[in-house]
Structure formats: C-alpha cells, structure tokens
Design a protein around this ligand. Structure first.
Ligand code: ATP
Ligand code: MG
Ligand code: FE
Length: 335
C-alpha cells in the first residue's frame, strides 16, 4: 500500500512515498535553513513563500524517484498540525488538490505522531507499546505510545523546547542556525564540566525545563563581556549540551523505570544528538530496556515519517475532506 506524505510545517518542504508504513520508496526534502540562517532563525513569512515555490516540484520528484504515478497511491497524507500556520496551510491545500485530482483519500497527520513514526521506518520490527521522548524545535514530550494512533503524554517542557534551547544557546555563542548541530560540533572540542550550569527543580514528575539553563548561559556570556573577557565557546557548548541531555535522559529514564517500559525510544530533531544517544545507550543497558534510535536523516523534519504515520492513521480509518483546516497547535493525544 503506497502513501504519499507531504510536510511543510516549519522550514523543510518535503514529500515522500512510503510502502506499507515501513519502506521508504523516496524521500525528498528541500530545506530553507540556509536562507533562515541569515536572520538567526525561521522567518515565518519567508518560509510560507518558499513552501509555495517548492511544493509542486518536491512532490513530483518524490513520485518520480519512487517510480510511482499518483493513480497508484492508496492515499495522500499531510501534516495538518501543529506548526507555523502559513507553512502548514501550503501543504494542506496542496495535498487537498492532489487528493481531489487523483481521486484518493486525504489523511490528516499530526506532526509529532510523524516524528514518532520515523522509528517505524528505522526499525521494521518495532511495535507499540513503547515509551518515547519527542524532543524537537517546538516540543519536548515524554509520551507513552499505547498504539500506532493512541498516545498518553506523561511529561512535557514547562517552558522552552529542547531544540529551541540549543538554537538560542547557539545564537548566544554566535554559532548560527540551526543551532543543534552547531552546538554539538563546537561541544566536541570542549570540556563538559568547565561551567557548572543549573538543573531545574520541577513539580511535574516527568516534566522538563530549559529556560533557566538557557538564561544561565546568556548570563555567563554577558558577565564575561562586561569584564572584557570571553567565555570559551567549546567549553560552554559542551557544558550546555551535557546539562541539556542529562535533563532529558534523567526524566525519560525515570519514566521508563516507573512505568516498567521495556522499549525506550527517542524522536525529533534533538534525537540526532550524539551525546544524548550515548547517555541513553548507557542508561537503557543498565535498566535492561531496549533502546530504539531513529536513523539520523529521519530525526529532523521529513515527509517519510508523515507517510508512515499516515499509513497507520489510514488503517485506523482517519480521513479528511476538502474542508480540512491547518492548525498551529494541537495536542498529540487529540481524538
Ligand atoms: P516541531 O517538530 O516541534 O514542530 P521542528 O519541526 O522545527 O519543531 P525538528 O525539525 O524536529 O523541529 O528539529 C529541529 C530542532 O532539532 C532544532 O531545534 C535543532 O537545533 C535541533 N537539532 C538538530 N540536530 C541536533 C543535534 N545534533 N543536537 C541537538 N539538537 C539538534
Ligand atoms: Mg527545520
Ligand atoms: Fe518537527
């Protein structure tokens, strides 16, 4: 069963054909990151315009690379929430038009359910239930994946998302956008114990927070500047990454222990972080839990993950009509 996925919720215009929810037949991603780098972050108005320019070509390329005609598709799946609304609407309207023209069902997909589905593409044998950390540019959730389309949120960030904190620290350190890979690269040459950065104390047992950590970095950089000094960028990047990944790993492993999870997963852009991956490899081995990591190209935004999630939503009976609207926010456990 072939599903075409469409993704345009942030700064990647993407389309992909996936077979039976598990096999990637094509995966085309046109990233706008280089242009947004000029402004230090994503400019929504620019993003929307670039999506409009790119989407037809990206979708055509995805079909061509897969060697599939629109008529051979079972359905068209599209990210309809959450995300930058201008971008989301470009994908939703393109997908509506394509589905209508090809006479195929339209399947709405929640972007974070898509990030989780990247795991199904990486691990053909992985099935729910499992515990999953979704850490991305806009979200940091600890989620029980009960079934392919049923989710329970155990914890979340009370302020900034993990990826957002990486992006803001990168900006503070003059490392550019997107910040995650830049901070990770700088951290490779630094001492993670050089700066003592705070650990948040939170009421929610599985909640996380990154705003205090981000502000601590900013304050140290500013204080050094006022004294005519500079912080060591590699040391600060390493110290921040050390604390940020520790915060995520500790809460995920606490949830794993207390819920008796046998399978532990991570997803979203921050799942590409090598320090986080190795922390969890150590901790999951100690707990005798199986750890599943998404392949690196599927951590960030792509449409293969949307097509995979769309396959399971389709099997569960989810359909949208020509009145489908895009939404800037929507909880992952919506029904
Ligand atoms: P959301 O999925 O919440 O809507 P998004 O789609 O913008 O947000 P993703 O594309 O999933 O987010 O992930 C991008 C985020 O991941 C950025 O904040 C980026 O800095 C971060 N990121 C990417 N690679 C790494 C890395 N190696 N280490 C840490 N963070 C990373
Ligand atoms: Mg992006
Ligand atoms: Fe994303």
């Amino acid at each position: 069963m072939l599903i075409l996925g469409i993704e345009s919720s942030c700064d990647e215009t993407a389309a992909s054909v996936v077979e039976d929810g598990r096999t990637v037949r094509s995966n085309v991603v046109a990233s706008q990151a280089a242009e947004h780098n000029l402004y230090g972050g994503v400019v929504p108005e620019i993003a929307s315009r670039r999506h409009i320019e790119a989407i037809s070509g990206v979708a055509a390329a995805a079909l061509a690379e897969a060697g599939v005609r629109a008529g051979e598709l079972e359905a068209v799946a599209v990210t309809f929430a959450p995300g930058l609304i201008g971008g989301v609407l470009v994908g939703v309207n393109f997908a509506k038009g394509l589905a209508l023209a090809a006479g195929k069902p339209l399947v709405p997909v929640h972007h974070l359910r898509g990030h989780i589905a990247a795991l199904y593409l990486t691990h053909p044998q992985l099935k729910p239930p499992f515990l999953c950390l979704v850490a991305s540019g806009g979200h940091s959730h600890i989620i029980q994946v009960l079934d392919y389309t049923r989710f329970r949120v155990l914890g979340r960030t009370v302020d900034d998302a993990a990826g957002e904190a990486f992006d803001k620290v990168a900006r503070t350190l003059g490392l550019g956008y997107p910040g995650g890979p830049a901070v990770a690269k700088a951290a490779a040459g630094g001492d993670p114990k050089a700066y003592r950065l705070p650990t948040p104390r939170l009421e929610g047992r599985y909640d996380v927070s990154f705003s205090g950590l981000k502000t601590a970095v900013l304050n140290l950089v500013n204080q050094a500047g006022m004294k005519g000094e500079t912080v060591s960028v590699p040391d600060m990047a390493a110290s921040f990454q050390f604390r940020a990944t520790e915060i995520l790993a500790e809460k995920l492993m606490l949830a794993a222990r207390e819920t008796g999870a046998e399978k532990v997963c991570i997803a979203g852009g921050v799942a590409a972080n090598a320090a986080l991956r190795s922390l969890l490899e150590r901790d999951c081995a100690a707990l005798s839990a199986e750890l599943y990591l998404p392949s690196l190209p599927l951590c960030g935004d792509n449409a293969a993950m949307i097509a995979s999630a769309g396959y399971y939503e389709y099997l569960a009976g989810s359909r949208a009509g020509p009145d489908l609207n895009g939404l800037a926010t929507l909880p992952i456990d919506y029904r």
